[in-house]
Every structure is written in C-alpha cells, then in structure tokens.
Write a protein that binds this ligand. Structure first.
Ligand code: SF4
Ligand code: SF4
Length: 316
C-alpha cells in the first residue's frame, strides 16, 4: 500500500529521512527499487521500495535516479550469490498460496503462471502428489541461447531474467525451454491502466507488456532487499526452502529455519527435473513421500485463482 505524504504535511526531506531514504546523491537509491512515476501539479512523484519493504512516494526533482544503472544492476545480479530453491513434494497440499502471491506481485492474470502447482500421478496404486513448478533457473539455460536480441539472460547469481523493454516477442525462448516455464502476454496486461506510468522494473517484470514473454524471476526484487521470494514466504505448509548455494544454506519460508543445503539434499535424496538434458536446474525437489491416498481431490480447486480473483485483491 503506497503511503502518500504531501509536501504540505511535512517537508519532503524530513519525509524521506523517516523512511531511511537519502536524496541528492547519485548512489542514494542503490538499496531501493524504482517502481513507478506519476505526474502531479507540483512535481512528478516516484514510488520507491524501501529496504524494509515499504513503498513510499517521493518527488522526482529531489532524486538523482540513474535508470541505466538500475538496468545494469538488474542484469548483473547480486555479487557472490548463487540462489537455489528446494521444493519438498511431501509437504505440498495444493493450497496455491504461492501462486496467488506470485500473480499478485507480478500483476499476472489468473491464467498466467510463473509458478504452477501440478497434480502428478505416475501410478494409480501409488497415490498422487502436487508439484509446484517455477522456472528452474538453469545453470545451462537453453532459453537464453536462442534469444536474437539478448532480452533474456543469466546473471552472475544464477537467476535467469527477461528484459521486457528489449523482448520482441519472437517466442524462440518458449520453444527452447523444456520445462514450459515461460508465458506469453497475448493480450493487454491485467493492470494496463494502473501501471501505465509505472517505470519498468527488470527484477519484477512489472509493468507486464503485451507481446512479450514473462516468467518466474526467483523474486529478484525481494532478494535485492534481503527477503525471501513471494511464493516461498506465502506458503504455510513448509514446502519451500530458499537460499545461497555458495553459503551452503537454505531457509524454510514457513518455519524460517536455516539449515545446510548439502545436508538437506543428501539426506532426502533430492533430484532435479530432466537431468538428462544437461540444463542443470537451480531448483531441487525432495521426493513425494506420504502421498495423498486418502485425500479427496477437489476438481473445482484447480480453478482456485479464477474463483478468488474478484473476491480478494491480487495487489502486491
Ligand atoms: S526452466 Fe526454462 S525458462 Fe527457466 S532457465 Fe530453464 S530453460 Fe530457461
Ligand atoms: S520472446 Fe523475447 S525473450 Fe524470448 S527469445 Fe524472443 S526476444 Fe528473446
């Protein structure tokens, strides 16, 4: 929720100080994400994300924002990190809070999924399980190699992103991805009017843009401010672990427990999807123990997002 404070209410400089934002220096916004801009009678206001996750509006005249620098920062990633996700299939109960949080943050329509929860059944006697499937953030990603305009790329921290300002919508990357992780914006995005003056954030893929591709970003904007991804934080069932392979540490989004990545993978016989392709995913799965033999499958639940779209806002 944006916090609007007018110049009449308080001096702008004091207002900014309240939120720990320094103005007047080119490097002042390095810990912030520039989210949007809108014109007022007096001055143009920009919305910023503070280091503690709040959004604040500030007058553009008092800031020196280097958008080029922000784009470069988004392309380079966070130095020294190698982000990794572990998904515990024995815990997923198809609550879909991960999907809902992701769609809200990235302004997606109900039918658009950066992360999708699939019902898996490989043997009717073995019971079924649910499998959340985000982009696998492959270390050897086939998608980036086919892009003719360098719109999609892998960063030093392992995250694969898309620059929608560059994307020409050829969809080569969709054809190249063996995990069906990419989504095409066939029509005008959900918040086309509300987002019209918003400055594009390469680490959030917002505003969404018709005729371009979008996909899971490992919530690069949240990692920038030291927070867990939207999906990981939203899950109440302990399904997601997220962390840094370089530190050999992952944190559970529900319990907030931090443990060794290598121990978690070894002790639970973790695996990656389609390893034979050599894509080297950064997403690991723990096997679906305790399958759902007695769980009554509710077919209507597959339409969860559609049912709830109008009842509960999907705003970030
Ligand atoms: S899962 Fe698909 S979109 Fe994601 S990095 Fe791998 S090939 Fe690219
Ligand atoms: S659709 Fe966009 S990101 Fe994908 S290959 Fe074409 S230009 Fe690159």
């Amino acid at each position: 929720m944006s916090q609007n404070v007018t110049p009449e209410a308080t001096s702008r400089r004091n207002f900014l100080k309240r939120f720990g934002v320094t103005v007047g220096a080119a490097g002042a916004v390095t810990s912030l994400g520039l989210l949007s801009a809108c014109a007022t009678d007096d001055d143009e206001m920009v919305t910023l994300l503070t280091t503690d996750g709040k959004t604040v509006q500030v007058p553009k005249s008092q800031m020196k924002v280097n958008l080029k620098e922000m784009e470069e920062r988004g392309r380079e990633g966070i130095p020294g990190k190698k982000f990794v996700m572990v998904i515990d299939l024995s815990k997923c109960r198809n609550a879909r809070k991960c999907m809902r949080a992701c769609q809200g943050a990235h302004h997606l329509k109900p039918e658009q999924h950066h992360i999708n929860v699939l019902r898996m059944e490989n043997d009717e006697r073995a019971g079924f399980y649910y499998q959340p499937k985000p982009c696998q953030h492959c270390d050897n990603p086939p998608c980036t190699k086919v892009c003719p305009v360098d719109a999609t790329f892998k960063r030093q921290d392992g995250i694969v992103l898309i620059d929608n300002e560059r994307c020409i919508g050829c969809r080569f990357c969709i054809a190249a991805c063996p995990y069906s992780a990419r989504v095409f914006n066939w029509s005008e995005p959900k918040y086309v009017e509300g987002d019209e003056n918003r400055v594009y954030d390469i680490e959030l893929n917002v505003p969404q843009k018709k005729g371009t591709v979008t996909k899971c970003l490992f919530s690069a904007d949240r990692l920038r401010i030291g927070k867990l991804p939207y999906c990981v934080s939203a899950c109440e069932n302990g399904v997601y672990w997220f962390g840094d392979a370089n530190e050999d540490a992952v944190t559970n989004g529900t319990s907030k427990e931090t443990i060794r990545l290598s121990t978690l993978l070894e002790e639970n016989a973790a695996y990656t999807l389609m390893p034979e392709l050599g894509t080297k995913p950064s997403v690991y799965y723990l096997p679906p123990k305790n399958r759902l033999f007695k769980y009554k499958y509710d077919e209507e639940n597959d339409d969860w997002m559609k049912q709830h779209e109008s009842k509960e806002g999907l705003e970030s």
